[in-house]
Design a protein. Sequence first.
Length: 506
Amino acid sequence: MVSDEEPPGEDVAHLDAFIAELRRWRDVRGLSRTALANAMGYSRSYVSKVESAHERPSREFAKAADEALRAAGALRRAWRDYDTNRPVAIRLIQPSPEVGVEAATGSSLLVEHDDAELHFDGHSYRATMRRKLVNSGTEPITRYLIRIAVDRYPDNPEQSNRLYRDNPLTWNELALTAWWGEGRAEPMHWVAQHDRDAFKELWLLFANDSGHFPLYPGQSTWIEYTYSVRAEKWGPWFRRAVRLPTKRLSMRLDFPAELEPTVWGLHTSMTAEAMPFRTAIDERHEQGRRVYSWATEDPPLHARYRLEWHFRAAARIAAEARQQRPSEVMQALGVLQRDDPLLHRPARPFVLPDEAEDARRVLHELRTAAKRICRAHTFGKGMGLAANQLGIDRAAALVLPPGSEDLIMLLNPRIIEIGDQTDEQYEGCLSFFDVRGLVTRPLALHVEHQELSGARRITIFSHGVARLVAHEVDHLHGVLYPERMRTDAESIPVAEYQGTGMNWEY
């Protein structure tokens, strides 16, 4: 039931809180509304209506969203708060138009340049956002909506929830300041819209103590705002979401060189899951700092661009200080861990040669990730890496044979024939690197795979390389090696494994 009558403020507040929590978790996971709807088994229009307060969320919707977004109960709790305070007869608030508001969030506002910078001093992150706005509509714009979201442990929602529940993000620590005009001509006032433990939403007002300065039709202006977050509340990622038509998007990371940063980037859109950036990230050294820059022209609406990083020096010091487990090292290097749903479903194949550019980017990301992983660990038996282990849902994998620097790159691989002889050897997996398990594999494999041109090839692999390839092909089919072990076999801790650093024997 939809009513034009405005429900009591308490109901609206709790409904807004649920919607804000839903948006925050969708942003954290980098999912479009379409991707979330598919994961939940709902239609995209229903998810859109819930997010815009045109449809009441049900208990089942909240449960499905919580599971799909791995929110560790946060969405179910927000729904219970809403449902407890919701009157029976009245369901929804209908948004009322206000001069300037529609222009501030709709298609009449264009972004000529969206520039974002993140500076880290070793203790706190300082984000500086600059946008050149153009009013192409017919009404003056009086305010502009911005969002601030943090997630210290993106792969462990329960841990993140506990962190922010005990130590919520506060307005005082953010110390947010905003300006209007070239060269910070005028300070801007702001008012809070949503205030959650790890998510803030607020309106920047085109006004200050001196008066009002609306953005009139046909005019353009720069706005700039900056805020700070302590390192213990900021996760190793920085994302920009394209919510308005944008001509140019640029991002920079500015880190101390002594931390030995490694940076990579992922892009998601309405039509595709996480993929590496189309172009390389620029790196330069400046007076004891490492600055990483990247830009793109005409980014599609609703796209998300995410820079992620790993501080090698910090990870090494932390590992030495607390004897960090191997799986924690791999997780810090960007490898998804065993419980992630992406590792338990088949990866999406490439349509080649149509998607050759996408495939080329994924292969580049695999090579980059393999380099940083090999710097952290010595692989005496060689190593393999599948795209879905990096959060990229595409059928691509890399294999580095033992004692070789020649990488084997596989696109859309499938095993079409196996040899009669098998053997049983211990295997490890980057996604649960604390244990090793005895796995029976064939000594020879015939694998069909594709070139970027779309041409199909059949390659025969044997012995240790066959084992590595079989392991990675399994990954791309959502199979982890414990499923290949004998029913009476058990994994052993890596500390008990005697074959570290040595090749398999045949």
